[in-house]
Design a protein around this ligand. Structure first.
Ligand code: LMR
Length: 396
């Protein structure tokens, strides 16, 4: 049965973890996967998460099956966070939300639902995009193309190219957009550019699918989520996948969601019933712990305030590491102007380093980033920054 099975290539992001873990270099630094580490190089366990877990443990509960769409208090907290608790769209019951296995799970539920709805539709992702977007939508059965997004020559968004590609897309095309902290480039659209993108999506009758995995890592929770309100205001149907992996440092709990905005309450109920079939036929229903923790934090005013503060601290530290990276590269002898690193936002810097340079960084220095030159700035700290800067200077 398996004699013809080919060895698959390593995953471009998670596969780096495997290589990193096997690397005996004592100086190794993992800037591959998008994970935040604190200044001691430790994965944080947020205080708000610890407090919520303690409260949950103080009243131990049995683990029955969750409803197919997840914990009700979790789903309503997601709606409140993403759309605003008092927003008309939530008040009118127009949002169908299901708890998902991370943001990736949210994308996959949406992709499978869309495939059933419109099997002929094409999907467009940004060029470049998170590596898994293409693979995920391809595996869901779609033909995946791309719209122009990044202009390497000017180190900025190729906005004219993006708009032209969206305007040329056939009606019904699913457009995957990064709500904030574009992965991998770190360059987001301005509010005025979003307005034009939204107008193009509406004009061409495209289906917007927003991926929001980094809310709070750009300019703030509200600021990063603002584009959702802009889409909702148009009355369009909308898909939003969200993740708490990064913002709660709960990577391994796989806590995310898919929210679908429908025209009215009755339509939302029908959509929800279909999303539940997708979930049921893939993994039946979601796990309990991560969702319970996030629901507890988001629904408790004190814990919620603590979370916002802790997320803010992560955001501020990443920004500080960006400046240190720019200064450190200069001090290490890099002639090229690297100040673009502080223009980028979110966890990543699209460094412009080539695959050959990234290979050297990895093999000679044990500094890991993706082949595309993406570096996770959120994993830099005051102890590894000099070594990373010296290593990059060597390969440049
Ligand atoms: C990343 O881009 O590194 C993260 O989103 C982690 C992942 O699942 O790829």
């Amino acid at each position: 049965l398996f004699s013809a099975v080919e060895m698959a290539p390593r995953d471009p992001i998670l596969g780096l973890n495997e290589q990193f873990n096997a690397d005996p270099n004592p100086k190794k630094v993992n800037l591959g996967v998008g994970v935040y580490f604190d200044d001691n190089g430790k994965l944080p366990l947020l205080q708000c998460v610890q407090a919520a877990e303690k409260a949950l443990m103080d009243k131990p509960s049995a683990r029955g099956y969750l409803p197919i769409d997840g914990i009700a208090a979790y789903d309503s907290a997601v709606k409140a966070l993403v759309f605003g608790a008092d927003s008309a769209v939530v008040q009118e019951g127009r949002v169908a939300t299901v708890q998902a296995i991370g943001g990736t799970g949210g994308l996959k539920i949406g992709a499978d639902f869309l495939k059933k709805l419109n099997p002929q539709a094409r999907v467009l992702i940004s060029d470049p995009s998170w590596e898994n977007h293409r693979a995920l939508f391809t595996n869901a059965g779609f033909e995946v193309g791309s719209y122009r997004y990044y202009d390497a020559a000017t180190r900025s968004v190729n906005f004219d190219g993006m708009l032209a590609d969206l305007r040329a897309a056939a009606p019904g095309t699913i457009v995957v957009l990064h709500a904030c902290c574009h992965n991998p480039t770190g360059y987001d659209l301005t509010p005025a550019q979003w307005d034009q993108v939204i107008a193009a999506v509406q004009e061409r009758q495209l289906v917007p699918f927003l991926d929001m995995a980094y809310q709070g890592f750009g300019n703030g929770i509200q600021e990063d989520g603002a584009v959702i309100g802009k889409f909702v205001a148009t009355g369009m149907n909308l898909f939003v996948s969200t993740s708490f992996s990064k913002s709660f440092s709960l990577y391994g709990e796989r806590v995310g969601a898919l929210s679908v905005v429908a025209r009215d309450k009755e339509e939302a109920a029908r959509v929800l019933s279909q999303l539940k079939i997708v979930v049921r036929t893939n993994y039946s229903n979601p796990p309990t712990h991560g969702g319970a923790v996030v629901a507890k934090v988001l629904n408790d005013p004190e814990l919620r305030a603590q979370w916002e503060q802790e997320l803010g601290e992560m955001r501020v530290r990443i920004k500080a590491m960006r400046s240190k990276l720019v200064d450190g590269l200069k001090a290490a002898g890099v002639q090229q102007d690297m100040s673009f690193i502080t223009d980028q936002i979110g966890m990543f810097s699209y460094s412009g380093l080539s695959k050959a340079q990234m290979d050297r960084l990895k093999s000679e220095f044990g500094v890991y980033g993706t082949d595309t030159g993406r570096l996770c700035v959120a994993a830099l700290n005051s102890k590894n920054i000099d070594y990373v800067c010296a290593s990059i200077a060597q390969v440049m």
